[in-house]
Design a protein around this ligand. Structure first.
Ligand SMILES: Cc1ncc(COP(=O)(O)O)c(C=O)c1O
Length: 354
């Protein structure tokens, strides 16, 4: 058997438990619980057959996203989901033996991308109260790592950094490419984009997967200095984004009200859910994003399985540093969270009295 590159032979694949979820209440992957604007579904339904047979055309897509941000189009490039943008960043900037600085726990796809490039991984844990480990990161940046990722707000801890703090870190490390993953920016309204656009060492990532409800379609964007955008284009295939994503993305961006209504609903549901959990005496943490961490009484894995048996999916954080014993709960509409709370109350009642 021909061996792959040594870094690939040594790699543990990033596998997400995504099968068989459609019939359940999906509060495990931070997707939208209501789906995209109806205009997206109409736009896809109305496509003629020849649209399927033609290689995709991209005119207007980057322009539409740039217009929503209020930036020039030279700062923007679309990708087949932010995952593909992350991959392109490592392909373009990752170097064998170079340092990749990040925090832990954080989004799980960064690490395999760094390993594939043979990078040396330096993961700094969040503080016990889930605050950002700013002092330790500031010290580590003095060693000039090649790549530094800030997930803001962080998935799964929700930890949110100010733009001012991020820009200060980037300015202190001009030889480090600073990647700000803003996948959940719709729920925080806090983006580093306006402050960081002209910095030649910062790139920001945003996606239509979550608040816009297009996770299956796969469309994300990198926003940053034109030179970085150009280097990312160089390592991306000419048709990596499919035509459905282009059509869906344009339709979603043309209906910002749909997303804004959903974000408002999620924020109200988050406040309601936190209040209910506090009333039950259950620890939770919900700083940013459409998700929160919940520490159930008793055996967390048992609670996750019992919720599944009641048709509700949440993501166990068992064995993750700093947040072991919790699960991540996606926030949906108030009605969805009411359904969750009814099931959760019954499950922990059984756990407590077991
Ligand atoms: C922090 C973070 N970054 C990136 C991604 C991937 O986003 P996309 O669906 O655009 O590939 C996710 C998905 O869950 C995420 O949570």
């Amino acid at each position: 058997m021909i061996k792959a590159k040594p870094d690939v032979e040594a790699l543990t694949p990033y596998v997400a438990p995504l099968e068989g979820r459609r019939s359940l209440l999906r509060l495990d992957f931070n997707e939208s619980t209501v789906g995209p604007s109806p205009a997206v579904v109409d736009a896809i339904r109305n496509l003629p057959a020849d649209a399927y047979a033609t290689y995709p055309e991209y005119a207007g897509l980057n322009e539409a996203f740039a217009a929503t941000l209020g930036v020039a189009v030279k700062h923007v490039e679309a990708f087949n989901g932010v995952d593909a943008a992350i991959r392109a960043i490592f392909d373009a900037y990752g170097e064998r033996g170079g340092a990749f600085l990040t925090t832990v726990p954080t989004f799980g796809y960064y690490e395999p991308c760094a390993r594939q490039q043979g990078m040396v991984i330096d993961e700094v844990p969040y503080l016990d109260d889930l605050k950002y480990p700013l002092a330790a990161i500031t010290r580590r940046l003095e060693a000039r790592p090649r790549l530094f990722f800030i997930c803001n707000p962080n998935n799964p801890t929700g930890t949110l950094m100010t733009s001012r703090a991020i820009v200060a870190l980037a300015r202190a490390a001009p030889e480090t490419l600073v990647v700000v993953d803003e996948l959940y920016v719709a729920f925080t309204g806090q983006s580093v984009v306006p402050a960081a656009l002209e910095l030649s060492n910062v790139v920001t990532l945003q996606s239509l997967s979550k608040a816009a409800g297009l996770a299956a379609v796969r469309l994300g964007f990198a926003v940053g200095h034109p030179t970085i955008i150009d280097r990312l284009r160089r390592v991306t295939g000419p048709y990596d984004i499919n035509m459905f994503a282009v059509v869906a993305g344009k339709a979603a961006l043309a209906d910002p009200d749909h997303m804004q209504r959903y974000v408002a609903e999620v924020l109200a549901a988050r406040t309601w859910t936190c209040g209910e959990l506090e009333r039950l005496g259950v620890r939770c943490s919900a700083e940013g994003g459409n998700y929160m961490l919940v520490w159930p009484p008793g055996d967390c894995e048992g609670v996750v399985q019992a919720l599944r048996a009641r048709g509700i999916l949440v993501r166990s954080m068992a064995r993750k540093p700093v947040i072991d014993g919790s699960f991540r709960l996606t926030i949906g509409t108030v009605a969805h969270m009411q359904r969750f709370m009814t099931a959760f109350s019954a499950v922990i009642d059984r756990e407590v009295h077991a």
